[in-house]
Structure formats: structure tokens, C-alpha cells
Design a protein around this ligand. Structure first.
Ligand SMILES: Nc1ncnc2c1ncn2[C@@H]1O[C@H](COP(=O)(O)OP(=O)(O)OP(=O)(O)O)[C@@H](O)[C@H]1O
Ligand SMILES: [Mg+2]
Length: 392
């Protein structure tokens, strides 16, 4: 998928600005605080219907303005053009997504039609942050390639929300007898187990498949010195399960756990088990010894892990979409070079060439020299205080 043009209206520090992008590298440079990341954030409003930085829509409306509009023109693998427009009105607190001029009633069904992979300095949260940051990352990735996963996740989250609000209400009002509340919780639990098992199995299958992609991009940057690993941590995986695809063992374990926690859940007024509490653990195998990224990695190692992770996400999505007309994902690289040594930067510059359309921001224009060795057709934009000029 290619983003051919973009128009921003009252988006953050942009009053009104139009871009015409190239099909390969779009190199965006400028000094701190001038609006480079804002361009990428606007692109994520089109592809994800939300900010990849998780900023609220109202924070993205230019100061003293009432609404923002982001419009983009795309072209898929077979040359079909599509238009997207995301608008947010601050006073009405209403957002709207137009797909080829038609208003979409539900945003989530749309995810994956314009696939996107984003690498941002905030992704340091992936190796350093909470389990929620990692789950959110992989849920977004899997949702982009699997409507089934997205649907299971949505149903699971809906049941979880209902169960939690029942537990919370009851804790305050005590309106149900113990028998009654147990009966209601039991009903939600059956749904949570059914959808939850599907989610866990998809995540585990994904990690099996993803392994080779992650290793490849990691080796391409640092060589075969260490092995990057991602493990899935879940109470629902019984130690005696022969293989993770042992669905019955998983289901029995999850059912037993959720039943055993019922009284504690009623007492605490919240759900205490399920895939919404699972974790992905990142580590590095250094000659047989396992190092947990969160505890042991240096700053550059964190960054390297995250860069390889994002490159492998790109490769994984690309291969999953190979049989569709959608085409390759768009790759946003926000400040990709910071924290890295020259050697790794040069490797990354070489690697970027294997991707289709890339948007790369940096404060240092000099990287363009290295990138030009692999990209003869880069388009360069200089961003100055909410306006962008095409330099070549
Ligand atoms: N709602 C808003 N209205 C107007 N300006 C805003 C709004 N939100 C953010 N900004 C401005 O946008 C600028 C930040 O833009 P952005 O994050 O894109 O900078 P950048 O070029 O990526 O900088 P850096 O190199 O530091 O990452 C800041 O100056 C900020 O004040
Ligand atoms: Mg920035």
C-alpha cells in the first residue's frame, strides 16, 4: 500500500499543509519540535484510526481551533486508489472516518486494510514497560492480519468489561445473593474461556511463526552473536501440556483457574485471570545464558531489539498479506537512529532498502548521504515550524 498524498488541516502545529510522497523513501528532517513526528502521527490516524502515541484526538487539534482533518490518497498493489479522511470535532467530541467518501460506522473492522508498522522512540516501552504495552503491540499486529483474531479480542474484551462492571456494581450495592452473583459470573466465565483460549492459541502460534523473522532481522543488524527470544507467560498454560496446541489441556486449566478465583473476584470486584493479564517476555540468549531485556539490556541493546522487532513485524505482515491486493505495509521510522552506534546505523540504512514505502524522520540531515547509497529515489522534506518543504 502506498500513501501518495496527505493533507493536514489544523492538526497539531500544522495549520494547513499538503504533501506529495514518493513510493520508496520519504526522508523528513528538521530541528526538535518542528513537526516531524506529527506527520507520522497523522498517518496513523488514517491507518489505525488513532494516534500510535495514544494521544487523544482533542490533544491533536491545533491550539485554539475546533477540529482537525487528516486526508490521504492511497494506492494498493494492483493500482486501485483509495481515499481516507479522519476528522475530529472538539466541541461535539465526535470523530469520523470517510473511506472513499463513505462514512464508516465502525472503525475496528477497518484495521489492516491500510497496514502500517511504526517504530517510535516511545517503543522503548516494549522492552522496558509493562505487560500491557507488549500485549497492545502484538494485538495490533495480529489484528492487522487476522479479522478472526480482532473479532475474538473484541468479544473477549466486551465480556470482560461486562463481567467487571457486574463485579464492581455488586461490590458497591450488594444487590445479589452469593448464589445469584456466582451464577452470573459463571455465564461470563464460559464466554471468557471460549474466546480467551482462541486468543492465547493465536498468540502462541504467532510466536512460533514469528521466531524466524525476529532472528533474521536481529542477525542482520548485530550479527549472530546473540539469539533474541520472545516467550509467552500465562497462568493458563499448564506445565504438563505436551504442546501449546493441546487445546483441551489449556481449556481445562483456564476453566479450573477461573472457577477457583471466583470467590476472590467477587470479593475484590474485578477479574483476576485471563489473557488480558498475560505477558510477553523479551530476552537474549548469550551463549546459552538467558538475559531478560527488562533487567539487563543496555540502552543501545533495547533500541536494537525494538528496531529488529519492528522490522520483523513488517516482514511478517508483508508475508501474511502476500496473497491479497493490499500490498506491503507502510513503514514509519521516527528517529530510528538515536542511541545506536555508527555500525548499526549503517546496517539499518542498508536494510531499509528492502522495504517499500518508508517515512523516516531525523534531526540529522547527514544520514541522507548513507541512505542515498541504497535509495537513489528518496524524497526529502524539511520541516520548519509546522510547514514542510520538498527539498528535492
Ligand atoms: N495541539 C497542538 N497545537 C499546536 N501545536 C502543537 C499541538 N500539539 C503539539 N504541538 C506542537 O508540535 C510540536 C512537536 O512536534 P513534533 O513532535 O512533530 O516535533 P518533532 O519535529 O518530531 O521534534 P523532535 O525532533 O523533538 O522529535 C511542539 O512544538 C508542540 O508544541
Ligand atoms: Mg519527533
Amino acid at each position: 500500500m502506498l500513501l501518495e498524498d496527505l493533507h493536514l488541516e489544523n492538526f497539531k502545529n500544522y495549520k494547513s499543509c499538503s504533501f506529495s510522497f514518493g513510493p520508496k523513501l520519504n526522508f523528513i528532517f528538521g530541528e526538535n519540535g518542528n513537526g516531524k513526528t506529527n506527520i507520522l502521527e497523522a498517518i496513523s490516524f488514517l491507518c489505525f484510526s488513532k494516534s500510535f502515541l495514544l494521544n487523544s484526538e482533542s490533544d491533536c487539534v491545533k491550539y485554539a481551533e475546533a477540529r482537525f482533518d487528516v486526508a490521504g490518497g492511497f494506492e494498493n498493489r494492483v493500482g486501485t486508489k483509495h481515499k481516507l479522511r479522519f476528522s475530529f470535532n472538539k466541541d461535539a467530541a465526535s470523530k469520523e472516518l470517510l473511506y472513499d467518501n463513505e462514512k464508516l460506522s465502525r472503525f475496528s473492522g477497518f484495521i489492516g486494510k491500510f497496514p502500517l508498522v511504526v517504530l517510535s522512540p516511545q517503543d522503548i516501552k516494549l522492552t522496558l514497560g509493562s505487560p500491557l504495552d507488549r500485549r497492545r503491540n502484538f494485538d495490533l499486529l495480529l489484528s492487522q492480519i487476522s479479522m478472526v483474531y480482532l473479532d475474538d479480542l473484541r468479544k473477549y474484551n466486551r465480556s470482560l468489561k461486562q463481567k467487571n462492571s457486574l463485579l464492581k456494581d455488586n461490590l458497591i450495592s450488594r444487590k445479589y445473593s452469593v448464589k445469584e452473583i456466582k451464577g452470573f459470573v459463571e455465564l461470563w466465565n464460559r464466554e471468557l474461556v471460549d474466546f480467551g483460549i482462541r486468543i492465547i492459541i493465536r498468540r502462541l502460534d504467532f510466536l512460533e511463526e514469528f521466531k524466524k523473522y525476529l532472528e533474521r532481522s536481529f542477525y542482520d543488524i548485530v550479527g549472530k552473536r546473540y539469539i533474541p527470544l520472545i516467550a509467552y507467560e500465562s497462568e493458563m498454560i499448564p506445565e504438563d501440556a505436551l504442546h501449546h496446541s493441546d487445546v483441551n489441556a489449556l481449556k481445562n486449566r483456564f476453566s479450573e483457574l477461573i472457577d477457583s478465583k471466583m470467590e476472590a473476584e467477587i470479593k475484590r470486584g474485578t477479574s483476576l485471570c485471563g489473557p488480558h493479564r498475560d505477558n510477553y517476555i523479551f530476552s537474549m540468549d548469550k551463549g546459552g545464558e538467558l538475559f531478560d531485556m527488562r533487567t539487563f539490556a543496555s540502552q543501545g541493546e533495547h533500541k536494537t531489539f525494538v528496531v529488529s522487532l519492528k522490522f520483523s513485524e513488517y516482514d511478517y505482515i508483508k508475508e501474511s498479506l502476500n496473497h491479497t491486493n493490499i500490498g506491503d505495509p507502510i513503514l514509519l521510522l521516527d528517529d530510528v537512529f538515536s542511541e545506536l552506534d555508527k555500525n548499526r546505523i549503517n546496517k539499518i540504512c542498508g536494510l531499509i532498502a528492502r522495504y517499500e514505502q518508508v517515512f523516516l524522520t531525523t534531526t540529522d540531515k547527514n544520514y541522507l548521504g548513507e541512505l542515498r547509497k541504497v535509495y537513489s529515489d528518496a524524497k526529502t522534506f524539511e520541516v520548519i515550524n509546522g510547514s514542510a518543504n520538498l527539498v528535492n
